[in-house]
Design a protein around this ligand. Sequence first.
Ligand code: PLP
Length: 362
Amino acid sequence: MKKYTFLDLAVVNAPYEKAMTEAVGRVITSGRYIGGSEVAAFEAGLSAALGVDHVVAVANGLDALRLIVRAYMELGRLKPGDEVVVPANSFVASALAVSDCGLEVRFADVDPDTYNLDWDKMPCGPKVKAVMPVHLYGRVCVVPEDIRQRYVVIEDSAQAIGARGACLMGHAAGMSFYPTKNIGALGDAGAVITPSEEVAAVVRSLGNYGTDRQYHNIYMGLNSRMDPVQAAMLRVKLAAMDHENSIRRERAGIYDAHINNQLIELPKMPDDPETHVWHQYVVRVADGRRDEFRRFMESRGVETAVHYPCPIHRQPCYASRYSGLSLPVAERLAEEVVSLPVSRGTSVDDALEISAIVNEFE
Ligand SMILES: *Cc1c(COP(=O)(O)O)cnc(C)c1O
């Protein structure tokens, strides 16, 4: 029986192997293993690719978000005890970035059509000072203008690199280059992007021990820098960002056109296709039949995944604190969502075959 793997990173990286090998060689012979021209060139490349003024390369996506929160604290815009709104249907890192800095998370419910933060249900109150919209699954979470005026808006763009409008609807955004992301490194890597020179400077300093010049520390910072090896890998991959995203968009288009099964609810296509980069193609199976559907797909050779099986406010590390909180859409999504394969490793024919298999589920 033919196997359809969910995500094979060796296949994803195969077209870049030669260029990546050369790039690693360049780093080895450079003798520069922290910072230097490779990281600077990656920052310049990302800045050009996304059309943002300031890019700071950091160690991973969680640190990108943490450093933004810390920077706003150092700048006096946020302080311990302030509340930050975070959608409950996300990867746990969105909330951890807030909690780790001593701020309070206010979990928000999400929109059942976009899976993104539902602004109509946004928690408010005098202590809410910031909001972290997540462009979940690669779909832009549009931030209303009044929200941008009222709050510090820190975007979690980890899944949405290259989505039109995703990376900088607010004041700063965190990106991740974790290997499974649309543009993935060969290890951990992340970046902060912002139009603010001031925020960028504080983030850069905080990620380098709070240093402003050598052996002079103005903040109690941390060590969160992108390795030149990862920067070199990412320079190779970044050049193909639009191409990689178009591959995912094509797979999503095939599912949208060919899956036709009343038991399977498809994600809504955005009006502007460029506003979605399909980090995941997430369908819904209602009536408690999600796991049955996954077993059926597995029996036909198709690997699926669940993003995410537990909303963040129900994770053991948060559950006792938020036990009284009910967020019905996020809680229902956690029981119904299934991700179908959309990476380069899934060919057009594979996507057509997978669609036919989905249509056989009854
Ligand atoms: C991957 C991811 C992160 C964290 O990125 P890392 O590089 O793994 O630290 C944060 N938020 C979301 C939504 C993610 O998908």
